[in-house]
Ligand binder design. Sequence first.
Ligand code: MGP
Length: 199
Amino acid sequence: EARETTAQEIVSPEAYIKHPLQNRWSLWFFKNDKSKTWQANLRLISKFDTVEDFWALYNHIQLSSNLMSGCDYSLFKDGIEPMWEDERNKRGGRWLIPLNKQQRKLDLDRFWLETLLCLVGEAFDDYSDEVCGAVVNIRAKGDKIAVWTSDYENRAAVTHIGRVYKECLGIPSKMSIGYQCHFDTATKSGSTTKNKFVV
Ligand code: MGP
């Protein structure tokens, strides 16, 4: 018994304690079933709050590029629903990365993984608290990836997050990305929403 105790004591906690993330995250899946409402098509897949559980989930599910058109994945902080109506989203907006059809093969999966890592790794310095989540939309007309933040009036936070995010994805500086508030997206009449910020 004495030998066992000693053996246990010298095993570093690194070997058996999972590495905690700063936040607990929920992964959601959206499947477009036209007989149901938008909200009814949204399903919570699972939650995680450690590095190991993030990878276990990521490795278990389909890559975005294998999903059917009309599907979404959303990764949001625990307690925030991936919809405009949530208290933490309703005054917010998103940095939008619209992809062309060729980019499904070239960029989609690595951009989405990079986006997930920015979120769970709290890559936005002092402004990570402003981040609510991220969404990937698989669409025949062109896929989209976006990072959602909680207050479109917080210029310092929104622009910092946009700059860091663009850098993480390796988007060339001469190509700009835009930030749109959800209120404008939800009430738009044409096919585009005006940008509140551009980086
Ligand atoms: P979408 O899935 O975000 O983009 O919104 P899509 O399919 O590329 O369409 P487009 O209009 O951007 O070209 C599609 C539709 O889903 C919206 O028009 C809404 O009817 C509904 N929808 C999307 N979101 C993110 C929400 C939401 O947060 N709340 C509600 N109530 N409906 C939403």
